[in-house]
Design a protein around this ligand. Sequence first.
Ligand SMILES: *Cc1c(COP(=O)(O)O)cnc(C)c1O
Length: 405
Amino acid sequence: MHDFLTEELENLKASGLYRTLRSREGAQGPRVRIDGKEVVLLCSNNYLGLADHPRLKEAAMKAIERHGVGSGASRLVSGNMGLHQELEERIARFKGTEAALVFNSGYTANVSVIPALVGRGDTVFSDKLNHASIIDGCVLSRAEFKRYPHKDMDALERLLSGDSPDSTTSLCFVRKSGTVPAGSRRLIVTDSVFSMDGDIAPLPEIVELAQRHGAMLMVDDAHATGVLGSTGKGSLEHFGLKSDDDIIQMGTLGKALGTFGAYIAGSRELIAYLINRARGFIFSTSLPPSVLASSIAAIDLVEDEPSLREALWEKTWYLKKGLDSLGFDTMGSETPIIPVFVGDAGKTMEFSRRLFEEGIFVSGIRPPSVQEGKCRLRATVMATHTNNDLDMALDAFLKVKKSFL
Ligand SMILES: *Cc1c(COP(=O)(O)O)cnc(C)c1O
């Protein structure tokens, strides 16, 4: 009955795209045990080392003692607690916006918020390298989906002016005629830090284009929250753009903040609207007390301990310079996400396997996460890495490169 499963799995294996799970023991940190072997972990989004920070653990345990482990319902039914509102106020204060709303994950936020903002007859403009959850949100919205080449502002402007019917950059979905009048809303959506390349979107230009062409703007700060900007507030701070309630800022709690979940920060009106229209908010059990309390503690720590972010950037440049000087192509990375270009999927996975043998865990990235022929190792740095960890990694990269590429 399910012959297609066997067939599809065989196809994946034959093309080097078959994926399996590896199991980690203990907390997420610079050194971990994976499948029983101790390795330097170079593929974690736990940038600031908060995932097992004592202050976060203590906050979580206290919240469990006081409020239990499960929230029991969606926010609009009986799952809304003071802690949800406390976290949202904390996020809004941190981001400098009027209000914020938490979601159960970044994936949920993107697939819920984009379809709440645009629908049939509207248009959404999306960078070609945006995260899969943004793409899924765009598709789910049924808005006309126009994709512009990575960070290409001229192409975005042409699409916004409506004079580029370029079929390679636009993906139009069939509209059911007659049922809904054509809308006129336009939304530009972009990762701020691109998750597979580690480069940064030209936000000042995008903000200007959005204003000039009357489009809404949504920025995904998943890898920027706690990382970019002089106080870790994210991409707007990085560019010296003042927090603007017209910009829809999305960010995640599960990466640099070390916990789980996501947020949208923006105007009070936007948040009220999303409470009424974002399906992933309405129809899903709310985040549990431990996650809410530890997320509040995480934001406090980002503000109280700038040394964590300083260490993260210092380690980032250390590893990036090291890789560059060994002749690797780090693909224009500007952040703690440092891709190392390989190209072919099979070779990438073999490279990753050999690094693992040398005690370095860096995952190989292949389609559908990146385009075919653009496979890479994707190293990420943590504030808690020691220079010794990173030197070990550089030695291993060099050794494997010599024996293999
Ligand atoms: C990780 C990520 C997400 C998804 O966030 P989760 O909380 O892990 O679901 C969304 N957007 C970008 C750019 C990401 O890197």
